[in-house]
Design a protein around this ligand. Structure first.
Ligand SMILES: Cc1cc2nc3c(=O)[nH]c(=O)nc-3n(C[C@H](O)[C@H](O)[C@H](O)COP(=O)(O)OP(=O)(O)OC[C@H]3O[C@@H](n4cnc5c(N)ncnc54)[C@H](O)[C@@H]3O)c2cc1C
Length: 331
């Protein structure tokens, strides 16, 4: 064991740092080999501590949320994987009392919550809907954590809702700089994009604002969103969500896709890849943009299927598909 690793183990705790922990256990697609070091951060203080120590001893690190949009190589990860299990949801304030435009002119209050980045989206949705707080109801059934949702600006595209819409500010850890508070604008959210994909900032906590609304109405919307998800996405399978990002509207117009759909799934289906299998990895026959691990799938087969899809789509449509899933490099 090299000495930076030993420093990490002694500082984070011999009993808390796991050696050669298998990463597939922590991802929804169940692919991924051993991480040299693995640490569960139970709160944001733990998270900052692990980040600071890894930086100090120049150890490569990776922050893992729910592991629902990520594929690790079979060779695993050289460095420290920090599994974010921070889990607090706190009431922060109440402002913006105003009248709605509805006929009843009922009061609507803005409620602010401070949420740890390791909180699962589903727990947050259930919690807020149950409190009659509107803003996240369209995300019922969405896997992953708040940190992962900020990273990709998670979405319910059918309803045109983005997770970043509710964000007011966030406390982040900037590599080499430490902790700072940033406003929503800092993230430069767009479809499948936020600035932290480039800056590598780590989200510690977020402040979100939600509107007071009728709890029964919110549950109805949430359950409809869940039903739609279950109808259109493969359920009960080992998957990492959408593999590719959708194409731009201008590309859809050039290709004259039906109703100018931007769906990467549509393109994959159009080149005959729905259900296509290499080894034990396949494109779902329910939604072509979802990879399914049929059991013990190999990372190398994932790469082959990605190459095959990209080549076919480039050839037929002159489009370069961009990955949505995070594919961790083999090192
Ligand atoms: C069945 C299924 C359905 C899905 N449906 C949808 C959907 O409808 N809409 C949608 O948008 N997505 C969907 N996804 C994808 C996934 O749910 C989202 O991308 C989710 O936001 C990922 O969160 P995570 O915590 O699992 O991130 P992870 O997979 O753990 O990590 C993804 C990336 O986020 C980074 N990250 C994680 N936490 C932090 C943090 N605190 N600070 C900085 N970076 C961080 C990681 O380093 C990594 O680069 C689906 C996935 C599955 C498996």
């Amino acid at each position: 064991m090299n000495s930076p690793y030993q420093e990490i183990i002694s500082r984070l705790g011999v009993n808390r740092v796991l050696i050669n922990e298998i990463l597939k256990k922590y991802t929804s697609i169940k692919i991924g080999g051993p991480s040299d070091l693995f640490f569960k951060a139970g709160n944001s203080k733990d998270l900052v501590n692990a980040l600071t120590i890894a930086e100090k001893f120049k150890v490569n690190y990776f922050v893992l949320g729910g592991g629902t949009n990520i594929i690790f190589p079979d060779k695993g990860f050289r460095g420290l994987v920090i599994k974010n299990e921070s889990a607090d949801i706190c009431f922060k304030g109440l402002t913006g009392r105003r009248f709605t435009k509805s006929k009843t002119n009922s009061y609507v209050d803005k409620v602010y919550l401070e949420v740890d980045s390791g909180v699962s989206i589903n727990r947050l949705v259930r919690n807020t809907v149950e409190q009659g707080l509107s803003g996240l109801e369209y995300f019922l059934g969405q896997p992953g954590t708040v940190g992962g949702a900020i990273w990709i600006n998670a979405h319910n595209l059918k309803q045109g809702k983005f997770f970043g819409d509710t964000l007011v500010s966030a406390r982040i850890y900037r590599p080499q700089k430490g902790i700072i508070e940033v406003p929503r604008g800092y993230f430069r959210f767009n479809y499948d994009r936020s600035v932290i994909q480039k800056t590598k900032d780590i989200v510690l906590t977020v402040t979100i604002s939600l509107l007071k609304n009728n709890k029964d109405k919110l549950w109805t919307i949430a359950k409809q969103a869940l039903d739609y998800r279950q109808k259109t996405q493969p359920s009960g399978s080992l998957t990492a969500g959408c593999l590719f990002r959708n194409i731009e509207k201008s590309q859809a117009i050039r290709l004259t896709t039906p109703n100018y759909t931007c769906s990467a799934g549509f393109l994959l289906e159009a080149v005959g890849l729905k259900g296509k299998t290499i080894g034990n990895i396949m494109f779902s026959d329910k939604h072509a943009n979802f990879l399914i691990n049929k059991g013990e799938a190999k990372f190398s087969d994932v790469l082959k299927l990605i190459d095959l899809a990209r080549n076919k789509i480039r050839k037929k449509f002159s489009v370069n598909l961009e990955l949505e899933v995070v594919l961790v490099d083999e090192i």
